[in-house]
Design a binder for this molecule. Structure first.
Ligand SMILES: Cc1ncc(COP(=O)(O)O)c(C=O)c1O
Length: 393
């Protein structure tokens, strides 16, 4: 992929030299291309249609009324860190002490903090792809070289070859980065695979950064398998998470990071020099979401399951489309056999039928030809999108 800025532009404006390695984001580019059209129907971005539920909004507004508008503790109010700890006990049956739970200004910020705490110049990150491009951007900004190991689509399922992953580790590899469940593929790592990767990382003395932002967006169980199940409080493991998807809070910017006990101080210091932690009243609203959000999550999953079924019926009825089984998340990552170039296919969909989807090449080296559709929308919107998709064959 071409560099973000050419050398002359960079030198001329005297930006940081490493920015030369920051690669462009084809997904963001396509979204901007679509937004030019007033009648655009966009399922290109990763968020639902539902507004944040009232019980969460009420906590934030009440907290503001009560004067919770000042600086809060950088890693989060102790009460909300306790809410997170209780959440892990209740939902995952895990004992994660509050001193390993750090509230952050988003899942993205959690990723930046994790990377910033471990990367030296010249370090490498080994990322399982396809992957949400912003995470690769975060590693690039932190000056890491990113190597990729690709999932493979086999017999209608995405698969990770663990031997290939382990063989790709080099002496410079500082961390393995895995998103499970995966944006964009909907692939979900199995429990025994998680254990094998954790054992390998221990042996090699490297970090794992697991993004479990979609850990609750699963269709047949309460949560996806988690790295935390097999880890001890001393393992070199970061788990990134967010309130954005499960609680319909994308615009609030609130997430969390789980780290080893020994990371608390370093993450606190980096967060202090970053944004000094998330907004006070937003943290408190997050606490309410954790305590009272289960019914809301269940309602969303029901709606998204119905949409997944509609999509599967659509793909089954249209043989030019191929989509592996969607195990989790609210994304369909599919191909149209007649349209191998995803950038021009996405542009064509925008130009011809005002439908904006995300091009596969935005998600890593091996997903050229794929398209991502976010189905966390109303049934009516999904049906309209599929009608438009049908018109460009
Ligand atoms: C895998 C993954 N991680 C993190 C995020 C970002 O979460 P947040 O909105 O909390 O920054 C996203 C958003 O799409 C995502 O797909």
């Amino acid at each position: 992929m071409k560099a973000y800025m050419n050398n002359n532009t960079r030198r001329h404006h005297d930006f940081r030299k490493d920015l030369e390695y920051l690669t462009p984001n084809a997904g963001a580019e396509m979204l901007r291309y679509g937004w030019r059209k007033p009648d655009i129907l966009s399922l290109g971005q990763g968020e639902g249609c539902a507004a944040t539920p009232d019980f969460i909004i009420d906590t934030a507004s009440q907290a503001m009324q009560e004067g919770k508008t000042f600086y809060a503790p950088v890693l989060g109010y102790p009460s909300v860190r306790q809410d997170l700890s209780d959440y892990y006990r209740r939902i995952y049956d895990l004992n994660i002490e509050p001193n390993r739970l750090f509230l952050t200004g988003s899942g993205t910020t959690a990723m930046h903090l994790a990377l910033t705490s471990i990367l030296d110049a010249g370090d490498e990150i080994l990322a399982v792809t396809p992957i949400w491009k912003n995470l690769l951007g975060a590693a690039e900004i932190a000056r890491a070289k990113v190597n990729q190991v690709s999932l493979r689509e086999e017999n209608g399922n995405w698969k990770l070859d663990l031997n290939e992953l382990f063989a790709a580790v080099t002496p410079e590899t500082k961390a393995i980065l895995i998103v499970t469940p995966s944006n964009p593929t909907g692939w979900m790592m199995k429990d025994h695979e998680i254990k094998a990767v954790l054992d390998f990382a221990r042996e090699q003395n490297i970090w794992i950064i697991a993004d479990e932002v979609y850990g609750r967006i699963v269709f047949d169980k309460a949560h996806a398998p988690s790295f935390l199940t097999h880890a001890t409080a001393d393992d070199k493991l970061y788990v990134v998470n967010s309130f954005s998807k499960a609680y319909a809070m994308t615009g609030w910017r609130l997430g969390w990071l789980v780290g080893p006990t020994f990371a608390e101080e370093v993450i606190r210091d980096i967060a202090l020099y970053d944004n000094m932690g998330p907004a006070s009243f937003i943290q408190l609203a997050g606490g309410t979401a954790l305590r009272e959000g289960e019914e809301f999550i269940a309602g969303q999953i029901d709606r998204w399951r119905k949409n997944k079924d509609i999509l599967n019926e659509f793909f089954a009825a249209h043989p030019e489309f191929e989509c592996a089984e969607i195990q989790a998340t609210f994304y369909a990552f599919f191909r149209n056999k007649n349209k191998p170039d995803c950038m021009s296919y996405c542009r064509e969909l925008i130009d011809e039928v005002s439908l904006s989807l995300a091009p596969g090449c935005a998600f890593g080296q091996s997903s050229e030809g794929y398209i991502r559709l976010c189905f966390a929308c109303s049934e009516a919107k999904l049906l309209e999108a599929l009608k438009r998709l049908e018109q460009v064959r």
